[in-house]
Design a protein around this ligand. Structure first.
Ligand SMILES: NC(=O)C1=CN([C@@H]2O[C@H](COP(=O)(O)OP(=O)(O)OC[C@H]3O[C@@H](n4cnc5c(N)ncnc54)[C@H](O)[C@@H]3O)[C@@H](O)[C@H]2O)C=CC1
Ligand SMILES: CC(=O)C(=O)O
Ligand SMILES: [Mg+2]
Length: 621
């Protein structure tokens, strides 16, 4: 974020007056929209160079006069729509020879064009993104964001977000005031240690935090002036980066143990001191720290881990959708046999949530919880995990299979994925391994013997090249009577017999924006398990019976604003029911409790940011 913004403030003073409930519902709290003007303390070129306020050729003549802009822009005043049309001509030129979206060879060039727009005019950038989210989510988010992080030292132009490094110990509490915004609603923080399935990308991983926050703005309508991408740079263990003279981060090995914790603790204290109501989303931390940090902070701060908790919710929704797609009721979920490849933060997060969901359906008692774990077979880099595994990871231990039981199934410690699929004949094969092609021809062939009437394949690893299999591979080997979902988007597959294999995108993008928005507008003290469960259940019931039977278990990204609102409403309701909601701005806890479901929707509708240019008025500071 350009430092020249530092002394600029958008102020929209809240009028002190008696506030009625109807007024609370109807009045947007976000600053830059609606009819009230936005006060700015700069003029002339400074405005044009400020992406928060710049409108480019859309400045009206009166505004040009008022802000000393006359003569600094070409004379033709353009409507926002025409402005976008002109921008699109440039962007579309690249698509002439493009293949399908996800494997688009021009994806990086498109990202550059969009990023330049982001740098000069945020309102227009988000207008484009929201209008064409299906087309540009794969550019600003997975898969292209992975490529961006891998090439970040060359792509880096203007800084965006904040960097807290191991060198900043003792300074973070004051550094946090260098950020120009008085209010920050959402932080996405990473330490760059496991970016998508691409491993340790060090400081270049900030691209993932930027991409996730783009979705917060586009899907959840969080005001872009109140989001903050953060990189915690504790070094990197990536040998290439350690030796690369162009690397932008600290060239030292990652801090570990208490030294590492001290840096993250200091960061959390600093941001919550300046912005006590902020929500912090942890993103792409290596599994080793993902669980520990979640346990360390989740009962004290408003935070959640997207890879552990967001992914779990999306997977639960997808797994329940797969049951419905077999023409069975969701309550049959505890009968599903599920093989999971990948025992990292994402895989274990999914398993814990799936086990709890099954246990709830089976009576919600200790016996149900114990028996539910028998539905899962967990395979990692060393094969099937059993109680015979040496130095077993404590997070995987609850899912380690009993050796005698496995013997009866013809399996052993370390059995290969193919062997496991052959013996178990699972209903679901779910990959969160980060290994592209792991669901090989042999593994998919073995799945043909599944006892399910409609087996499901979730190749959830990102970006596209890390997907466990492609849609084409799954449908060509198993035919169209399957459910297919992937973390990064694939195009539907034409099976040549008049049948189309439907591709779902199974990505935490369907939940994290709604979890964040619901937490923000409820003012929940923490992000509880109940709130996460409510979010997942809302996503699970979003698709109609007819869609699910066609194999469509997740909405298309073009519906992301709608699903996000529904998820946020479910989160608010749950936060109120659990007595965690402390309210947001003028909507206090008591008022929140009185809202009906319709009123919650209205409250949400009125408090989400839309990309419209506000009228700007200059005032001396
Ligand atoms: N679709 C989505 O919404 C999400 C997808 N992911 C993806 O999940 C992947 C994994 O993420 P994490 O769990 O955090 O990573 P991680 O690195 O902690 O875990 C990877 C796991 O895969 C296992 N593995 C490696 N090779 C294997 C093999 N040949 N067979 C079976 N297992 C193998 C490892 O032993 C490890 O347990 C990443 O690609 C990430 O992009 C993560 C979060 C959300
Ligand atoms: C989607 C996501 O959060 C990941 O692949 O890590
Ligand atoms: Mg992630």
């Amino acid at each position: 974020m350009a430092m020249l913004w530092k002394h600029v403030r958008a102020s929209s003073p809240l009028l002190k007056r008696h506030v009625t409930r109807a007024h609370l519902l109807s009045r947007p709290f976000t600053t830059t929209e609606g009819h009230r003007p936005t006060i700015v303390h700069k003029r002339s070129l400074d405005i044009l160079h400020d992406p928060w306020f710049n409108k480019g050729t859309a400045f009206s003549m009166t505004e040009r006069d008022r802000l000393d802009l006359r003569g600094l822009l070409p004379p033709n005043v353009m409507s926002p729509d025409l402005q976008i049309e002109r921008f699109m001509v440039d962007l579309k030129r690249l698509e002439v020879q493009a293949r399908d979206g996800p494997s688009d060879p021009n994806a990086l060039a498109k990202w550059r064009i969009l990023n330049r727009l982001h740098d000069r005019n945020e309102t227009m950038y988000y207008k484009v993104l929201i209008a064409k989210i299906e087309e540009y989510a794969p550019i600003v988010y997975t898969p292209t964001v992975g490529l961006v992080c891998q090439n970040y030292s060359g792509l880096f132009r203007r800084p965006r977000g904040m960097y807290f490094s191991a060198e900043d110990r003792g300074e973070m509490m004051s550094m946090v005031y260098n950020w120009p915004a008085e209010q920050v609603d959402m932080i996405v923080v990473t330490d760059g240690s496991r970016i998508l399935g691409l491993g340790d990308l060090g400081v270049h991983g900030i691209g993932i935090a930027i991409g996730k926050l783009d979705l917060y703005v586009a899907a959840a309508g969080i005001n872009p002036q109140r989001v903050l991408p953060v990189m915690i740079d504790v070094g990197t263990n990536n040998e290439k980066l350690l030796e690369d003279p162009l690397y932008l981060g600290l060239q030292q090995n990652r801090l570990d143990g208490d030294d590492y914790l001290a840096v993250v603790d200091e960061f959390m204290e600093a941001v919550f001191t300046r912005w006590p109501n902020v929500i912090v989303q942890f993103e792409d931390f290596q599994s080793k720290w993902a669980f520990k940090l979640l346990q360390r902070y989740r009962n004290t701060y408003r935070m959640f881990n997207d890879d552990v908790q967001g992914t779990a919710g999306v997977a639960i929704a997808g797994l329940l959708g797969a049951v419905r797609a077999q023409g069975r009721p969701m309550i049959d979920f505890p009968k599903q046999k599920i093989v999971v490849a990948g025992a990292g933060s994402a895989g274990i997060g999914v398993l814990n949530a799936a086990r709890k969901t099954m246990a709830r359906m089976l009576g919600n008692n200790e016996v149900a919880f114990e028996s539910a774990k028998r539905q899962f077979w967990l395979v990692d880099a060393k094969g099937l995990i059993t109680q015979g595994r040496e130095n077993i990871d404590p997070d995987a231990l609850p899912f380690a299979r009993n050796l005698k039981e496995m013997d009866r199934q013809g399996l052993r410690e370390g059995a290969s994925l193919e062997e496991v699929v052959k013996q178990v004949k699972p209903d679901v094969l779910l990959g969160l391994s980060a290994v592209g092609g792991l669901f090989s021809k042999e593994v998919l062939e073995a799945l043909k013997d599944s006892t399910s009437t409609r087996p499901a394949i979730f190749a959830m690893s990102n970006p596209t090249k890390n997907a466990e299999c492609t849609a084409e591979e799954a449908f060509s080997i198993l035919g169209d009577n399957i459910i297919f979902a992937s973390g990064s988007p694939f195009s539907n597959v034409d099976l040549g017999n008049g049948h189309i294999g439907h591709c779902n995108q199974g990505n935490n993008m369907y939940l994290f924006p709604g979890i964040g928005l619901g937490t923000l507008l409820s003012g929940a003290r923490i992000v509880s398990d109940g709130m996460l469960q409510a979010a997942a259940e809302r996503l699970a019931t979003y698709m109609s019976e007819e869609e699910v039977l066609k194999g469509i278990i997740f909405p298309s990204t073009s519906r992301i604003r709608d699903i996000t609102k529904k998820v946020a409403a479910a989160v608010i309701k749950e936060a109120v029911e659990e007595d965690l909601a402390e309210g947001y701005h003028e909507m206090n806890a008591r008022e929140l409790q009185k809202l009906s479901e319709d009123e919650i929707e209205e409250y949400l509708h009125n408090n989400i940011w839309s990309p419209n240019y506000p009228t700007l008025v200059y005032k001396n500071e």
